[in-house]
Ligand binder design. Structure first.
Ligand code: ADP
Ligand code: ZN
Length: 519
């Protein structure tokens, strides 16, 4: 009697049961069919091709873009007694030759190979003559031009279908957004494949978002309660990484920097320490993370805004892979939005790509500013419905104070209009509050009908109003005019006197108002 998948799971891997859709995926592949697997990081994707490769005749070929990842997987499999090997550019010629011989002799259950290596005629010729159990395409989102992991070689992997139409294929990714999913299916000629879509919820991660007032102090406060825990602090730039790491070390935190501009050896050493030692806080750009399997990362902090909600999800997903409680904390301010928008505008992408990037930033801002459950908002952006508020995010735990901002929004929008859509929030607030600054006088803005109509709110509260008008898409930032605020089409109804706007009451302003309301 041949071994069942479950028996094999127990015997080789030592696990008692399958997780989520693993069993269904494995059966599907063993039956010789194609699969597209969308599962969050830590969900257990590897077993989905490792087991069928062992159950089917021949060798399983795994195409993987990351050498470090291949190495880890092959080492782990060998320890379990699985005959696994890898072929990539880091191997000595001799080692590579040995592996190729073993492959030809049918002495390997699984071979991990980089896409470059796979696509050589030499390699493809070799495996033409061999029984192949399956092809697994790991990190399949690398086929997408829009993602930051784009690997041009992945585009040529439709050769699998053309040259070996009878060999089942499985493409796997933890990337959740719908356009990328569709692109994977199309580019890899997986139109017949069955889709296995897992929930992307990470229930043990608690999401928290804060407004930036004094970012460094807020980070220290956050870390103070987490002494001795391992975590990642994501920063936007290399310089910010260096600054933050230095600042934290100066305050007694075991922080290390990591970014692509560092010498390879220093970077590798910091990564090694983060994985081996306890309680290291890694200050890093997004260059850090992909393929790093450290189960007990207790928190991921964003001290700058990520570029998209997919990026945010991937980065925060590195917390709590062991299933224990973990925290995703983000601290952001309007300055971050300006920086990111500027990066988009100054970038070399064509207009359609820029439009997409602006859209992605807006989706992220919607998440940052939402007064709904964060988890519901996050999963909804991936097309997933999460039925009830989660009870494990800041908005669920401490519902944010809100207020009816309809009147304030109207005043702010008309002030933008009266000032000719040529000024930033600082000046507009001076006009609204009736402050006679030199700039106000110079432009004659003290004679506008909107001058002084907003004295009832403090400047900081007005900041919150403008910020939320931007994140709600009623205003946008004009980068050709040093960040001037402009009305969008969506602002019209409110200006006409229709509609309502509920705004989040920012914490500092809320406290102050709370006192005066009571007193
Ligand atoms: P992914 O590639 O989706 O990020 P992995 O395949 O690396 O996830 O699996 C994540 C962790 O979960 C690994 O430590 C793996 O051994 C473990 N795991 C996977 N499937 C099971 C299972 N059925 N039972 C117990 N542990 C599992
Ligand atoms: Zn919630």
């Amino acid at each position: 009697m041949p071994e069942t998948p479950l028996e094999l799971l127990k015997r080789v891997f030592g696990y008692d049961s399958f997780r989520g859709e693993q069993a269904a995926i494995i059966d599907h592949l063993v039956a010789g069919r194609d699969a597209l697997v969308l599962m969050p990081t830590g969900g257990g994707k590897s077993l989905c091709y490792q087991l069928p490769a062992l159950l089917r005749e021949g060798t399983g070929i795994v195409i993987s873009p990351l050498i470090a990842l291949m190495q880890d997987q092959v080492d782990a499999l060998r320890q379990l007694g699985v005959r696994a090997a890898r072929l990539d550019s880091s191997l000595e010629a001799r080692e590579a030759l040995d592996t190729e011989r073993a492959l030809a002799a049918g002495a390997l259950d699984l071979v991990y190979v980089s896409p470059e290596r796979f696509l050589t005629e030499r390699f493809m010729d070799r495996i033409d003559a061999l029984p192949i159990a399956l092809f697994a395409i790991d990190e399949a989102h690398c086929v997408s031009q829009w993602g930051h992991d784009f690997r041009p070689e992945y585009r040529q992997l439709d050769v699998l279908h053309q040259r070996w139409p009878r060999v089942p294929r499985i493409a796997l990714t933890a990337t959740a957004d719908a356009p990328t999913r569709a692109e994977i299916a199309e580019r890899l000629a997986l139109d017949e494949a069955r889709w296995f879509v897992s929930s992307f919820d990470r229930p043990n991660i608690r999401y928290r978002v804060e407004q930036k007032a004094n970012g460094k102090k807020q980070l220290l406060d956050f870390l103070a309660m987490r002494a001795g825990q391992s975590g990642i602090v994501y920063c936007l730039s290399r310089r910010k990484v260096e600054d933050t790491a230095e600042f934290l070390v100066g305050h007694g935190v075991s922080a290390l920097p990591y970014h692509a501009g560092m010498a390879t050896a220093a970077r590798a050493e910091n990564q090694r320490r983060f994985i081996r030692e306890e309680g290291i806080v890694m200050c890093a750009t997004i260059a850090f993370g992909m393929g790093i399997d450290k189960p007990d990362v207790r928190f991921v902090a964003h001290v700058d805004l990520p570029k998209s909600i997919e990026g945010y999800y991937q980065e925060t997903g590195r917390a709590g892979r062991d299933g224990d409680p973990a925290e995703a904390w983000m601290c952001w301010g309007m300055g971050d939005v300006a920086t990111l928008s500027q990066m988009i505008e100054a970038g070399e992408a064509d207009e359609s790509r820029k439009r997409l990037e602006r859209h992605k930033l807006n989706v992220l801002l919607g998440y940052a500013e939402t007064i709904r459950c964060r988890r519901q908002t996050l999963l909804a952006s991936f097309g997933e419905t999460y039925p009830d508020p989660c009870g494990n995010c800041d908005n669920c735990l401490e519902p944010p104070p809100t207020w009816d901002g309809t009147q304030a929004a109207r005043k702010a929008l008309s002030c933008v209009w009266r000032c000719g859509q040529r000024f930033g929030a600082g000046h507009l607030i001076d006009v609204l509050r009736g402050t006679r600054t030199e700039k106000v006088l110079q432009h004659g803005h003290d004679t506008l009908s909107t001058f002084g109509i907003g004295a009832e709110l403090e400047a900081i509260a007005w900041r919150g109003v403008f910020r939320q008008l931007v994140t709600a898409g009623l205003l946008d930032i004009d980068h050709t005019r040093f960040g001037a605020l402009r009305l969008t089409e969506a602002a019209r109804p409110l200006l006409r006197g229709e509609g309502h706007l509920t705004l989040r009451r920012d914490a500092p302003a809320a406290r102050r108002r709370g006192r005066s309301e009571r007193g």
